[in-house]
Design a protein around this ligand. Structure first.
Ligand code: 3JN
Length: 306
């Protein structure tokens, strides 16, 4: 296990065995077949060193995602892209992975004309600090104490807002086009993974006072007719997706239920009557598992099988 000098020497227990974290250097990758990276700055500096030493680098940051030379992969969706790698394979953004898991089986029924997505993203997307912030604020609310927001929406900015009992329609910084960086990641990465630059997408990403699992409301307009029944059947057959959709029994995906689980859950599948060929659905997934770590491991497993 490798990290910066700050964490060197730390002991981490993994599957019953204790490992000592070492400081990463350019020489850390001798004899390494697959290097799993999880940090933006480190990726930029050390991914090339890992590749030079003969390793395949699976990178969870956005550093290389839109590089045309780097495959951006969700193994259930575009495994064919893995073969084109030149040493680095990028793991997509969490909200993007969760959405494309539901889009791919539908896209195989009909090409998609346009997507409108709104996300409901858990505070753990902002790391441990985000989770601590929600917990401290909920405690303060319960005890009638004053709340002093310190982390959200973006910890590195000066201005912060309360998340407990609130919603923040800002994830990451704003771009010149008035979208946030998270919204642009969803738009750009979805097109790249689905290999369809003509597909129109618009996104609004929102932080919600939930600890874990992102949820998304997705509206899809298809070129051809896609019935609710055929959408449901296609989603049910798709590896990594569970359909949880029974309105008469009040069954639908919820972040509390998808937390700690590998599969992405889809429900509320219904017609969008306002357009010719439209469907609405709701998707929930653990953004730390399928939205990040699990997806990276599945890419590694694919490489090993090859
Ligand atoms: O806020 C969230 O819910 C998701 C955050 C993702 C994130 C946070 C910091 C840096 C990313 C990402 O994976 O897109 C990155 C990054 O790698 O750019």
């Amino acid at each position: 296990m490798l990290a910066s000098s700050r964490s060197a020497g730390k002991k981490i227990n993994f599957m019953g065995k204790e490992y000592t974290v070492e400081e990463t250097t350019e020489n850390s990758f001798e004899g390494v077949d697959i290097a799993l990276f999880a940090g933006g700055k480190a990726s930029k500096v050390f991914a090339p060193a890992a590749v030079k030493a003969g390793a395949v680098c699976i990178d969870n940051s956005s550093t290389f995602r839109m590089d045309p030379e780097v495959p951006l992969v969700v193994p259930e969706v575009n495994p064919q892209a893995i073969k084109r790698h030149k040493g680095i394979i990028a793991n997509p953004n969490c909200s993007t992975i969760i959405m494309v898991m539901a889009l791919k089986p539908l896209y195989d029924l009909s090409k998609i004309k346009r997507i409108v997505v709104s996300t409901y993203q858990a505070v753990s997307g902002a790391g441990r600090e985000g989770m601590d912030e929600l917990k401290n604020q909920l405690d303060a609310l319960a005890n009638g104490k004053e709340i002093e927001p310190k982390i959200l929406p973006v910890s590195s900015l000066d201005k912060h807002y309360q998340i407990a009992s609130n919603l923040l329609p800002q994830i990451d910084i704003f771009m010149d086009n008035l979208y946030t960086k998270e919204e642009m990641k969803m738009i750009d990465e979805t097109r790249k993974i689905m290999e369809d630059d003509a597909m129109k997408i618009t996104a609004t990403t929102v932080r919600v006072p939930v600890y874990r699992s992102h949820a998304e409301s997705v509206n899809v307009e298809f070129f051809d007719e896609v019935s609710v029944e055929s959408a449901r059947a296609a989603l049910e057959k798709f590896d990594g997706v569970i359909v949880r959709d029974n309105p008469s029994e009040m069954i639908y995906p919820q972040p509390l239920e998808t937390s700690g689980k590998d599969d992405v859950e889809v429900g509320r599948i219904r017609k969008d009557f306002s357009v010719e060929h439209g469907l609405n659905f709701w998707v929930c997934g653990d953004q730390i598992r399928k939205g990040a770590a699990l997806n990276a491991l599945q890419i590694a497993e694919y490489l090993i099988r090859q």
